[in-house]
Design a protein around this ligand. Structure first.
Ligand code: CAA
Length: 240
Protein backbone atom coordinates (compact mmCIF):
# COMPACT_ATOMS: atom_id res chain seq x y z
CA UNK A 1 0.00 0.00 0.00
CA UNK A 2 1.17 3.54 -0.77
CA UNK A 3 2.71 5.39 2.15
CA UNK A 4 0.87 8.49 3.36
CA UNK A 5 2.65 11.86 3.37
CA UNK A 6 1.43 15.08 4.97
CA UNK A 7 3.00 18.37 3.85
CA UNK A 8 2.33 21.56 5.81
CA UNK A 9 2.13 24.73 3.76
CA UNK A 10 1.80 22.24 0.95
CA UNK A 11 -0.20 24.19 -1.62
CA UNK A 12 2.19 27.03 -2.49
CA UNK A 13 5.89 27.71 -3.02
CA UNK A 14 8.35 25.04 -1.91
CA UNK A 15 5.54 23.08 -0.23
CA UNK A 16 3.57 22.72 -3.46
CA UNK A 17 6.64 21.33 -5.23
CA UNK A 18 7.16 18.88 -2.34
CA UNK A 19 3.52 17.70 -2.43
CA UNK A 20 3.72 17.13 -6.19
CA UNK A 21 7.08 15.34 -6.06
CA UNK A 22 5.86 13.00 -3.32
CA UNK A 23 2.73 12.23 -5.31
CA UNK A 24 4.87 11.46 -8.38
CA UNK A 25 7.03 9.20 -6.20
CA UNK A 26 3.92 7.16 -5.33
CA UNK A 27 2.84 8.59 -1.98
CA UNK A 28 -0.72 9.28 -0.98
CA UNK A 29 -0.37 13.00 -0.22
CA UNK A 30 -2.32 15.43 1.96
CA UNK A 31 -1.42 19.11 1.66
CA UNK A 32 -2.16 21.36 4.61
CA UNK A 33 -2.59 25.13 4.26
CA UNK A 34 -3.54 27.93 6.64
CA UNK A 35 -5.22 30.75 4.77
CA UNK A 36 -5.29 30.99 1.00
CA UNK A 37 -8.43 29.05 -0.05
CA UNK A 38 -8.17 30.18 -3.65
CA UNK A 39 -4.60 28.88 -4.06
CA UNK A 40 -5.59 25.62 -2.37
CA UNK A 41 -8.58 25.07 -4.67
CA UNK A 42 -6.42 25.76 -7.73
CA UNK A 43 -3.76 23.40 -6.41
CA UNK A 44 -6.25 20.55 -5.98
CA UNK A 45 -7.72 21.21 -9.42
CA UNK A 46 -4.27 21.01 -11.02
CA UNK A 47 -2.82 18.13 -9.06
CA UNK A 48 -5.70 16.08 -7.63
CA UNK A 49 -4.02 16.35 -4.20
CA UNK A 50 -6.43 16.80 -1.29
CA UNK A 51 -5.98 19.91 0.85
CA UNK A 52 -6.74 20.46 4.53
CA UNK A 53 -7.03 23.85 6.22
CA UNK A 54 -5.66 24.61 9.66
CA UNK A 55 -2.94 26.69 11.27
CA UNK A 56 0.17 24.86 12.40
CA UNK A 57 0.51 27.53 15.11
CA UNK A 58 -2.53 26.02 16.90
CA UNK A 59 -1.85 22.70 18.67
CA UNK A 60 -5.50 21.62 18.95
CA UNK A 61 -6.16 22.50 15.30
CA UNK A 62 -3.16 20.33 14.33
CA UNK A 63 -4.43 17.36 16.34
CA UNK A 64 -7.90 17.69 14.80
CA UNK A 65 -6.54 18.23 11.29
CA UNK A 66 -4.25 15.22 11.51
CA UNK A 67 -7.19 13.10 12.71
CA UNK A 68 -9.13 14.17 9.60
CA UNK A 69 -6.21 13.32 7.30
CA UNK A 70 -5.77 9.92 8.95
CA UNK A 71 -9.49 9.15 8.74
CA UNK A 72 -9.36 9.88 5.00
CA UNK A 73 -5.99 8.42 3.99
CA UNK A 74 -4.74 6.23 6.84
CA UNK A 75 -1.83 6.70 9.26
CA UNK A 76 0.73 9.34 8.29
CA UNK A 77 4.15 7.81 7.53
CA UNK A 78 5.92 10.94 6.29
CA UNK A 79 5.52 14.39 7.80
CA UNK A 80 7.07 17.36 6.02
CA UNK A 81 7.08 20.44 8.27
CA UNK A 82 7.32 23.07 5.58
CA UNK A 83 4.88 25.81 6.66
CA UNK A 84 6.66 29.04 7.42
CA UNK A 85 6.22 32.79 7.42
CA UNK A 86 8.43 35.89 7.47
CA UNK A 87 7.89 39.11 9.41
CA UNK A 88 11.16 40.84 8.54
CA UNK A 89 12.27 43.99 10.35
CA UNK A 90 15.51 45.21 11.84
CA UNK A 91 15.55 44.26 15.53
CA UNK A 92 15.12 47.83 16.77
CA UNK A 93 11.83 47.98 14.85
CA UNK A 94 10.69 44.38 15.48
CA UNK A 95 7.48 44.13 17.50
CA UNK A 96 6.63 41.41 20.02
CA UNK A 97 3.86 40.39 17.64
CA UNK A 98 6.32 39.89 14.75
CA UNK A 99 8.52 37.82 17.06
CA UNK A 100 5.61 35.73 18.35
CA UNK A 101 3.99 35.08 14.96
CA UNK A 102 7.22 33.73 13.51
CA UNK A 103 8.07 31.62 16.56
CA UNK A 104 4.51 30.23 16.78
CA UNK A 105 4.45 29.14 13.13
CA UNK A 106 8.06 28.34 12.26
CA UNK A 107 9.19 26.72 15.52
CA UNK A 108 6.18 25.76 17.66
CA UNK A 109 4.48 24.68 14.43
CA UNK A 110 6.84 21.75 14.05
CA UNK A 111 6.20 20.69 17.65
CA UNK A 112 2.44 21.04 17.14
CA UNK A 113 2.51 18.85 14.04
CA UNK A 114 5.04 16.23 15.09
CA UNK A 115 3.78 15.63 18.63
CA UNK A 116 0.30 14.28 17.74
CA UNK A 117 1.87 11.93 15.13
CA UNK A 118 4.80 10.70 17.18
CA UNK A 119 3.21 7.87 19.16
CA UNK A 120 1.64 6.38 16.05
CA UNK A 121 4.99 6.38 14.25
CA UNK A 122 6.62 4.76 17.30
CA UNK A 123 3.96 2.05 17.46
CA UNK A 124 4.25 1.28 13.74
CA UNK A 125 8.08 1.37 13.94
CA UNK A 126 8.35 3.62 10.92
CA UNK A 127 8.33 7.35 10.34
CA UNK A 128 9.96 10.14 8.42
CA UNK A 129 9.93 13.68 9.80
CA UNK A 130 11.47 16.28 7.50
CA UNK A 131 11.77 19.84 8.77
CA UNK A 132 12.29 22.65 6.30
CA UNK A 133 14.70 25.00 8.05
CA UNK A 134 16.64 27.72 6.18
CA UNK A 135 20.09 28.99 5.33
CA UNK A 136 19.17 31.89 7.58
CA UNK A 137 18.87 29.56 10.57
CA UNK A 138 22.47 28.54 9.87
CA UNK A 139 24.11 31.89 9.15
CA UNK A 140 21.66 34.49 10.53
CA UNK A 141 20.20 37.26 8.35
CA UNK A 142 19.97 41.03 8.86
CA UNK A 143 16.28 41.83 9.39
CA UNK A 144 15.39 38.29 10.48
CA UNK A 145 16.23 37.87 14.16
CA UNK A 146 12.84 36.17 14.64
CA UNK A 147 13.08 33.93 11.55
CA UNK A 148 16.74 33.02 12.06
CA UNK A 149 16.08 32.10 15.71
CA UNK A 150 13.09 29.90 14.77
CA UNK A 151 14.88 28.20 11.88
CA UNK A 152 17.96 27.52 14.04
CA UNK A 153 15.53 26.09 16.61
CA UNK A 154 14.17 23.73 13.96
CA UNK A 155 17.68 22.31 13.53
CA UNK A 156 18.07 21.76 17.30
CA UNK A 157 14.64 20.09 17.41
CA UNK A 158 15.74 17.82 14.55
CA UNK A 159 18.98 16.74 16.21
CA UNK A 160 17.32 15.97 19.56
CA UNK A 161 14.26 14.16 18.22
CA UNK A 162 16.39 12.10 15.80
CA UNK A 163 18.04 10.51 18.82
CA UNK A 164 14.64 9.61 20.32
CA UNK A 165 13.24 8.22 17.07
CA UNK A 166 16.23 6.15 15.97
CA UNK A 167 15.37 2.90 17.76
CA UNK A 168 11.76 3.13 16.62
CA UNK A 169 12.60 3.31 12.92
CA UNK A 170 11.80 7.00 12.70
CA UNK A 171 14.26 9.36 11.04
CA UNK A 172 14.16 13.09 11.67
CA UNK A 173 16.08 15.35 9.31
CA UNK A 174 16.20 18.99 8.31
CA UNK A 175 16.73 20.62 4.97
CA UNK A 176 18.20 24.12 4.90
CA UNK A 177 17.18 25.73 1.60
CA UNK A 178 18.98 28.81 0.42
CA UNK A 179 17.15 31.51 -1.53
CA UNK A 180 14.55 29.80 -3.72
CA UNK A 181 12.47 31.61 -6.34
CA UNK A 182 9.15 31.71 -4.47
CA UNK A 183 6.72 34.47 -3.48
CA UNK A 184 8.49 34.74 -0.11
CA UNK A 185 11.82 35.62 -1.69
CA UNK A 186 10.21 37.78 -4.39
CA UNK A 187 8.73 39.88 -1.55
CA UNK A 188 12.27 40.97 -0.56
CA UNK A 189 13.02 44.45 -1.98
CA UNK A 190 14.52 44.03 -5.46
CA UNK A 191 17.81 45.76 -4.66
CA UNK A 192 18.32 43.57 -1.59
CA UNK A 193 17.42 40.46 -3.61
CA UNK A 194 19.91 41.33 -6.36
CA UNK A 195 22.60 41.81 -3.71
CA UNK A 196 21.75 38.40 -2.23
CA UNK A 197 21.89 36.67 -5.63
CA UNK A 198 25.36 38.13 -6.20
CA UNK A 199 26.54 36.13 -3.15
CA UNK A 200 25.27 32.77 -4.50
CA UNK A 201 28.16 30.94 -6.25
CA UNK A 202 25.77 29.05 -8.55
CA UNK A 203 24.61 32.50 -9.70
CA UNK A 204 20.85 32.11 -9.46
CA UNK A 205 17.96 31.47 -7.10
CA UNK A 206 17.08 27.83 -6.46
CA UNK A 207 13.99 26.11 -7.85
CA UNK A 208 11.32 24.69 -5.49
CA UNK A 209 11.79 21.32 -7.23
CA UNK A 210 15.42 21.27 -6.10
CA UNK A 211 14.22 21.16 -2.49
CA UNK A 212 11.46 18.68 -3.32
CA UNK A 213 13.98 16.17 -4.69
CA UNK A 214 15.90 16.28 -1.40
CA UNK A 215 12.64 15.62 0.47
CA UNK A 216 11.84 12.60 -1.71
CA UNK A 217 15.25 11.14 -0.89
CA UNK A 218 14.93 11.67 2.87
CA UNK A 219 11.39 10.24 2.86
CA UNK A 220 12.42 7.04 1.13
CA UNK A 221 12.80 3.67 2.86
CA UNK A 222 16.39 3.65 1.53
CA UNK A 223 17.32 6.73 3.60
CA UNK A 224 16.92 4.87 6.91
CA UNK A 225 20.52 5.45 8.00
CA UNK A 226 20.26 9.23 7.50
CA UNK A 227 18.96 10.86 10.66
CA UNK A 228 19.61 14.04 12.63
CA UNK A 229 21.20 15.61 9.58
CA UNK A 230 20.75 19.03 8.03
CA UNK A 231 20.93 18.86 4.26
CA UNK A 232 22.14 22.16 2.83
CA UNK A 233 20.66 23.06 -0.59
CA UNK A 234 21.74 26.63 -1.25
CA UNK A 235 23.84 26.93 -4.43
CA UNK A 236 27.00 27.21 -2.32
CA UNK A 237 25.92 30.45 -0.62
CA UNK A 238 26.81 29.25 2.88
CA UNK A 239 28.84 26.17 3.63
CA UNK A 240 27.59 24.91 6.98
N1 CAA B 1 23.49 44.32 6.18
C1 CAA B 1 23.81 45.52 6.70
N2 CAA B 1 22.98 46.56 6.68
C2 CAA B 1 21.79 46.39 6.10
C3 CAA B 1 21.39 45.17 5.52
C4 CAA B 1 22.31 44.13 5.57
N3 CAA B 1 22.01 42.93 5.06
N4 CAA B 1 20.15 45.32 5.04
C5 CAA B 1 19.76 46.59 5.30
N5 CAA B 1 20.76 47.24 5.93
C6 CAA B 1 20.78 48.63 6.38
C7 CAA B 1 20.30 49.58 5.31
O1 CAA B 1 21.34 49.87 4.41
C8 CAA B 1 19.89 50.80 6.15
O2 CAA B 1 21.04 51.52 6.50
P1 CAA B 1 21.03 53.12 6.56
O3 CAA B 1 19.94 53.46 7.55
O4 CAA B 1 22.38 53.48 7.00
O5 CAA B 1 20.68 53.55 5.14
C9 CAA B 1 19.37 50.16 7.44
O6 CAA B 1 19.86 48.79 7.43
C10 CAA B 1 17.87 50.12 7.49
O7 CAA B 1 17.39 49.66 6.24
P2 CAA B 1 15.93 50.01 5.76
O8 CAA B 1 15.64 51.46 5.91
O9 CAA B 1 15.72 49.35 4.44
O10 CAA B 1 15.06 49.29 6.89
P3 CAA B 1 13.65 48.71 6.71
O11 CAA B 1 13.02 48.71 8.07
O12 CAA B 1 12.89 49.37 5.64
O13 CAA B 1 13.88 47.18 6.20
C11 CAA B 1 14.76 44.97 6.09
C12 CAA B 1 14.98 46.42 6.55
C13 CAA B 1 13.35 44.49 6.46
C14 CAA B 1 15.74 44.11 6.83
C15 CAA B 1 14.93 44.88 4.56
O14 CAA B 1 16.24 45.32 4.25
C16 CAA B 1 14.78 43.44 4.05
O15 CAA B 1 13.69 43.01 3.76
N6 CAA B 1 15.89 42.72 3.93
C17 CAA B 1 15.88 41.32 3.45
C18 CAA B 1 15.84 40.36 4.59
C19 CAA B 1 15.89 38.97 4.00
O16 CAA B 1 16.88 38.55 3.42
N7 CAA B 1 14.80 38.22 4.18
C20 CAA B 1 14.75 36.91 3.61
C21 CAA B 1 13.37 36.64 3.16
S1 CAA B 1 13.26 35.13 2.23
C22 CAA B 1 13.34 33.94 3.35
O17 CAA B 1 13.33 34.16 4.53
C23 CAA B 1 13.43 32.55 2.83
C24 CAA B 1 14.64 31.89 3.30
O18 CAA B 1 14.58 31.04 4.18
C25 CAA B 1 15.95 32.19 2.65
Amino acid sequence: MARVALVTGGTRGIGAAISKALKEAGYNVAANYAGNDEAAAKFTEETGIATYKWSVADYDACAEGIARVEADLGPVDVLVNNAGITRDAPFHKMTREQWAQVMDTNLSGIFNMTHPLWNGMRERKFGRVINISSINGQKGQFGQVNYSAAKAGDIGFTKALAQEGARAGITVNAIAPGYIGTEMVMAVPEKVREAIISTIPVGRLGEPEEIARAVVFLASDEAGFVTGSTMTVNGGQYLA
